[in-house]
Design a protein around this ligand. Structure first.
Ligand SMILES: NC(=O)c1ccc[n+]([C@@H]2O[C@H](COP(=O)([O-])OP(=O)(O)OC[C@H]3O[C@@H](n4cnc5c(N)ncnc54)[C@H](O)[C@@H]3O)[C@@H](O)[C@H]2O)c1
Length: 395
């Protein structure tokens, strides 16, 4: 009896155990199926499909670049830690391109080499567009170590992973801040790079690491040095939505829009006695649509063992006063302007010579009407008063 009972108990518990195992396997397969089939697209190379890793693709420029790549039938993986970007931008892209194998988002921090290595081992990338960075000059002077870590050290992590996993093309987001305060204008790619703030220095160091590495590698490298980026998607799908707490470090277009929306009481223009036509600083404003076009052209023209370095600007300087007038016109708001003393560290005039990129990549800026760029950006701002919403992660 004891024996029989034990045997029976054993049979029942065995059946329960088996049922549990089968159920678990079933649930596991059920759960895994969609992501496994999706990840297959991303984990294997496919003839005729170029798979681009877009770091920082939840951010302003990275999301616009991802949109353009997806529109041009590239396969895109976005890696972002959402410290500054918006998951809302990724959702917009996912809704526009829901086809399996078009877009995947991976939440990860590029400062974590293990996580980065895992991403590279599980995905078959053909190229990397490395946008992810903290990118405010003022903030970099207050938190220099954060900038060297996030920009320089993380670029090293990405580059090591690329080398280890045989990813052969890098398009790197650099900046005119690497030039510092050149004595002569316009800035060519040959102009000495003497950055004057941690942001520019960290980017210059990252460039140096890439250049040194490329000397003994067959990697194709394109370094793009952007000037001041403005505007947004002309079809109004994406925009620029920095975190409110970064407002004090913000860029001029954001400051103008905040003033136009009444979030800020007005706009502070710092310095009216520069040696420029109207006394205010002069900058080269490049529309984000043109900028991402330069990335696509850089990717198409990248060649193994070759490094291309290009300024991405319009070649035309506009004064802060001109910018403010264009912003007033675009928003239809008579923004209150306070003219203040110069801000230490600001240089009078910066604009690019874009002839190299025109000559070698057949790229030229087309959105060069400030008013039009700002009008497009303002339309998005007005219809997204809270940016992409509240779904952002904390830093
Ligand atoms: N906006 C400009 O005017 C300008 C000018 C010159 C160069 N750039 C360069 O362009 C790139 C993009 O700038 P942006 O204006 O789109 O900035 P952004 O802040 O909108 O986007 C940067 C993105 O990178 C992500 N990120 C930051 N650190 C990360 C990390 N450790 N791991 C993963 N993701 C991380 C952020 O969450 C964000 O989504 C930057 O490299 C910047 O230096 C920008």
């Amino acid at each position: 009896m004891d024996f029989a009972d034990t045997k029976r108990k054993g049979t029942i518990s065995g059946k329960i155990f088996m049922a549990a195992v089968v159920t678990t396997i079933f649930i596991f397969i059920f759960r895994q199926t969609p992501s496994s089939s999706t990840s297959n697209f991303f984990s294997h190379r496919e003839a005729g499909v170029t798979h681009v890793l877009v770091t920082g693709g939840a951010g302003y420029i990275g999301s616009h670049a991802a949109l353009r790549l997806l529109k041009d039938s590239y396969r895109v993986t976005i890696v972002d830690n959402l410290s500054r970007g918006n998951i809302g931008a990724v959702k917009v892209l996912q809704e526009l391109f829901p086809e399996p194998g078009a877009l995947q988002f991976i939440y990860a921090d590029l400062g974590d080499p293990k996580a980065v290595n895992k991403i590279f081992s599980e995905n078959a990338f053909d190229a990397v567009m490395h946008f992810a960075a903290v990118a405010y000059v003022g903030e970099s002077t207050l938190e220099p170590l954060r900038y060297y870590h996030n920009i320089t050290s993380n670029t090293l992590v990405v580059l090591e992973a690329m080398a280890k996993h045989n990813v052969k093309t890098l398009i790197y987001s650099s900046t005119c801040a690497t030039y510092g305060e050149p004595k002569t204008m316009p800035i060519t790619e040959e102009t000495d790079q003497l950055p004057i703030n941690p942001y520019g220095k960290a980017k210059k160091m990252a460039e140096d690491i890439i250049l040194d590495f490329s000397k003994n590698s067959d990697m194709a490298v394109m370094i793009l040095r952007y000037f001041n980026v403005i505007g947004s998607d002309p079809e109004g799908r994406l925009g620029e939505a920095p975190r409110p707490e970064l407002r004090e470090h913000g860029r001029i277009s954001g400051a103008c829009f905040d003033a136009a929306r009444g979030i800020m009481p007005g706009l502070k223009v710092k310095g009216t006695d520069y040696k420029t036509a109207d006394g205010t600083c002069v900058r080269d404003y490049i529309d984000v649509t043109d900028l991402v076009d330069a990335h696509v052209k850089a990717l198409a023209n990248a060649k193994p063992k070759k490094v291309g370095i290009y300024n991405v600007g319009t070649g035309k300087g506009r004064s802060v006063k001109e910018f403010v007038e264009a912003c007033k016109k675009a928003t239809g708001v008579s923004i209150k302007i306070d003219y203040l003393e110069r801000r230490p560290g600001d240089y009078a005039e910066v604009y690019s010579d874009p002839s190299k990129i025109r000559r070698e990549l057949n790229w030229t800026a087309r959105y060069t009407d400030l008013h039009e760029s700002l009008q497009i950006a303002w339309r998005w701002q007005k219809s997204h008063v809270n940016g992409y919403g509240t779904s952002r992660a904390t830093a």
